[in-house]
Design a protein around this ligand. Structure first.
Ligand SMILES: Cc1cc2nc3c(=O)[nH]c(=O)nc-3n(C[C@H](O)[C@H](O)[C@H](O)COP(=O)(O)OP(=O)(O)OC[C@H]3O[C@@H](n4cnc5c(N)ncnc54)[C@H](O)[C@@H]3O)c2cc1C
Length: 393
């Protein structure tokens, strides 16, 4: 199949194409069998994450001054897209990119100097990001986990849910409440971001793995008087919600790229199967009932990809991109899910068989509509903040 122009992005196609090819080469060392096996065993894909770390691609967003590649979000998104397109799941390691939006912008020079070179060298993993709580759900400004200052440290108490990769990380970015909700006039204030060094608090954190429909290493995390040095507070106390929001646009664009990668994987597999599988004496792809849904899903994935590159370009030019980042996430997750269903239909009964990997990717891609933010909340953002409609919640 011819490579589409949009694959390389709207500008500098050569440099970006080189990134694609290098990531593809690395991913070929981790074929379907590898991902099937870790999925079945519920294991963390440590060998893959180690190889990706050694390649330097996980440090794409870390500035060169701190030992990273200093690439833009566009390039970072291409890396994650290619991982997912290869049949892998970037969910094992993408938080190291997500968290950069907050750390690079709001972390102090001292914090960046202390952690970024070691993250870039692969000595430290920053793969955990702790925001969600059971009682507050999508309403982040209602979180209840507290961080109370005692001298030169904060004492953290509370509970987080769905916190991924805590056991596989050295560092965790944490959002906690530093001012009680009822004392605030502006409810977006009173939350603070901390970089928790998990090596110091292992044994003090109670980490309970969750069994989920996909291999994601998510946990319920209980904090009881967990000490975090005040030097690990990012930015100013009470402004953490703002700092996390700054990371959200990057997160949505990166996740959109992962969904695009999945969408292309499903289209590739569905088209290949449609050409090869012969029933009633001809390839099933000759039937419009099979062919047209694949073509339709393909068009939707490609259209979503244009919004992803548009959003990423705005982000890299430091232009406002909240609307574009949210639309990219919405369109890409919808397109990937459409492609997933089309692929499953194309494979018939074999779509349910583990050996074909469609069912695994089907489970993995479904997450994009829900996490890290559900598409309903994306629509609420577009309706209210972009279109000026009344707030629906
Ligand atoms: C595999 C996995 C990994 C995750 N990893 C992490 C992680 O590492 N760190 C982390 O902090 N979190 C993580 N999460 C949590 C994830 O971000 C949340 O699940 C997500 O933000 C939704 O929150 P909730 O599950 O509490 O849903 P709820 O807020 O309870 O929402 C439930 C449903 O109601 C809808 N809804 C709620 N309010 C409205 C409204 N006003 N208008 C319309 N619809 C509404 C939502 O769209 C959703 O469909 C993970 C989740 C999963 C499943």
């Amino acid at each position: 199949m011819p490579e589409l122009r949009s694959e390389a992005g709207p500008s500098d196609p050569e440099g970006r194409q080189a990134i694609r090819e290098n990531v593809r080469r690395l991913c070929r060392k981790f074929p379907d069998e590898y991902w099937r096996a870790v999925d079945k065993a519920g294991e963390y894909p440590a060998a893959f994450v180690d190889a990706l770390t050694a390649s330097g691609y996980l440090a794409a967003l870390i500035p060169e001054a701190y030992g990273g590649s200093g690439l833009g979000l566009t390039e970072a998104s291409i890396i994650l897209e290619e991982i997912n397109r290869s049949g892998a799941s970037a969910g094992a390691c993408h938080a190291q990119m997500y968290t950069m939006g907050t750390l690079l912008r709001w972390g102090s020079d001292e914090q960046k100097g202390r952690y970024l070179p070691r993250i870039a060298r692969g000595e430290l993993r920053l793969q955990a990001f702790a925001v969600t709580e059971a009682a507050s759900g999508s309403e982040t400004t209602r979180i209840q986990t507290t961080a109370v200052r005692r001298g030169d440290r904060y004492l953290v108490n509370g509970q987080k849910v769905f916190i991924s990769r805590v056991k596989q990380s050295d560092l965790m970015m944490l959002l906690a409440r530093t001012t009680p909700y009822d004392e605030l006039t502006d409810k977006t204030q009173g939350l603070s971001v901390f970089l928790v060094d998990l090596r110091d608090v292992h044994g003090k954190l109670d980490v309970q793995p969750l069994e989920l429909m996909l291999n994601h290493h998510s946990n319920v995390v209980f904090f009881e008087d967990v000490e975090v040095p005040s030097e690990n507070l990012i930015g100013e106390e009470g402004r953490g919600f703002r700092y996390i929001i700054d990371g959200w646009n990057a997160e949505r664009i990166l996740l959109a790229a992962e969904a695009i990668g999945d969408g292309r994987w499903f289209i590739d597999r569905a088209a290949a199967y449609g050409r090869e599988r012969v029933v009633f004496g001809r390839p099933i792809g000759a039937n419009q009932g099979i062919q047209f849904p694949i073509a339709q899903a393909f068009a939707h994935v490609e259209a979503a990809d244009l919004m992803r590159f548009h959003a990423a370009a705005r982000f890299d030019r430091e232009e406002p991109c909240g609307a574009e980042a949210n639309m990219a996430k919405l369109l890409a997750s919808d397109a990937a899910w459409e492609a997933a269903n089309v692929c499953l239909t194309t494979f018939g009964g074999y779509g349910f068989a583990r050996d074909y990997d469609v069912e695994r990717k089907f489970r993995e891609t479904r997450l994009f509509s829900v996490a890290p933010v559900s598409n309903n909340l994306v629509l609420a953002f577009l309706g209210n903040k972009v279109l000026g409609l009344p707030k629906s919640y």
